[in-house]
Design a protein around this ligand. Sequence first.
Ligand code: WTA
Length: 675
Amino acid sequence: MTQNNLFFSSKEFKNKAWVKDKKIYKEAEKNPVKFWEKLAAKLFWFKKWKKSFVHNPPYSRVKLGTGRLAESENRPYFQWFAGGKINITENIFEKNLLGWEKIKNKTAVIWEPEPTNEEPKKLTYEELFKQVCKFANALKKLGVKKGDRVGIYLPMIPEAIISVLACARIGAVHTVIFSAFSPAALKIRLQDTGAKILITADGYYRRGRIIDLKKSADHGTKETKVKKVVVIKRAGNKIFFKKTRDLWWHELLKKENDYCKPAIMDAGDLLFLLATSGSTGRPKQTMHACGGYAVQAYWTGKWIFDFHQNDIFWCTADLGWVTGHTYGCYSPLLNGICFLFFEGAPDWPKPDRWAQIIEKYGVSIFYTAPTAIRMFEKYGEKIIKKYKFKKLRVLGTVGEPIDEDAWQWYFKNVGKSRCPIVDTWWQTETGGILISSLPGVGPFKPAFVGLPFPGIKFDILNEQGKSCKIGEQGNLVILPPFAPGLLQGLYKNPKKYKETYWSQYGNKAYFTSDGAIKDKQGLIRIVGRVDDVLKVAGHRITTGELENAVAKHPEITECAVIGIPDAIKGEVPIIFIVSKKIHKIGFCLEIKQEIIEQIKKEIGPIALPKEIYMVEDLPKTRSGKIMRRILKKLFIAEAPLNNCKANLTGQDLGDLSTLSNPETVEKIKKIIQQK
Ligand code: WTA
């Protein structure tokens, strides 16, 4: 049903949905803490919390959980379920809310390998549980204790899920590193978390090629505290095996018992650390605690995706990102449903691979990123026309703003104008979705993420801290009681935690770094980041970390990175470089190639730029600050971006008189025009 560009779910859908009445919002608003308390009480706790929510707890009373730093300034600004004892795996397995007897023989995970001639694998809840326990016991024998960090550098294979859950079982802190990250990026993450164990694989398949993951792991573990490396045999490629350090997964598991007692965790103890882009080259390690995260992961999945017993859910995100953690692993498992785990690329070996998978397994809930939607839109309707997608009933999107075109395409061609689309806003920091329409309530408005989840309070503030009017753009903030799954700190960096999230408006409002607008009905539209974060194909990178990688090249004296709109990837980086050797013939091409290699080495292929421009100088203020804003406007006004949907005309460069070198602007303009 549609009305003034608003879409509503069908009566039939509403009838079966967990939440169908908007009065839930009112009920939650009356007392959000009580509301969450009621939801949390449904989960299994070894011991109930003493206080459900504390804002600014005095340091002396904060119980510092395992892995937490005993530094006074690192105290959390709020605590959820303080004193409660829980284990998230106990809630997935023995104490699953659906009842263990009911789910133990049900398929938990369907694994689809990349090679089409290889057999998929299925694991029931009981099989998964046994594997998790075996590996948990193996980790214990390797000396892993509660609070110890364990690095997981794995492709999308079932062992990745098993590893994550095994850590959670024994109270070790998992820290998953995206498998396409370079050895240098892996090393930084291992150093910052202090992991002593790394779990990796010999190799994996990507677009028909075998990627030698172990080689990257060997390089990435140098100069770290990693003492043991557990290796999974996946691709069978030849690897270097250091007998004193490396252990085969299959050999370790052979000897282990298939039951392991769950560690009793404090609600505030760390469950995982997950890196996200920082403004410098070093990522920030977000700290997520056991109690609140489990509550949020369970309920947001249940209500936003409307998980029911017979659903088959597919979240296409890699486990290396937060979406993969929460909705590609924990949330479907806590809800006792079956989900898909896919090793390969969505359009390999043919563009309709993803459509084939949805059809083959009867996927009923599909969750992906706008970049993937736009990519398939570009391939054209004909590749999916033959698929009926009869089982599909809910569609989801995440990670970047979705434009109206892509939304409509997704709705018509994938959802066959029948499935509600939940556009879900959240961040690595929030642990779970915080803004989205509920599929049985609606309304769904293209390019709007919808209403805050019941029990979550947002506002849009101007620079002075005043609430913005309807239609006025401002900064999106989360108000107390914040969210049960919101990050508890940045590991070993309390200063940055305060600076990034709690400085703009004090510790009364969590600063999201997103610009947003509200409409008359209170529906929120995300405009994009107000800091230096780029969302490239949904992946989060900062201009700072890219500049850092480029600046390591010995011939580069200065550089600046900007993000520009892209029709498929949403946003892409453009790099401007300055080198003393600019006039040497042939040098320009050569150096550009070297910079590409440099970025691959420092970060990985996800951060590759769309274009590199060699310029004589960069526009700077008199105090020497590089004016990226001017570069961006210049680029958008001058570049022949035929695949860019942004309005490229009439960009005013603004006042150039504050520049110390205004003449550079004309020169750069010419270089861009020559392309
Ligand atoms: C952006 C991803 C518009 C936003 C889960 C946020 C979105 C950043 C949406 C976090 C959405 C996420 N619509 N923008 N539905 N979802 N974002 O940490 O800018 O990789 O701050 O977490 O992605 O990215 P992250």
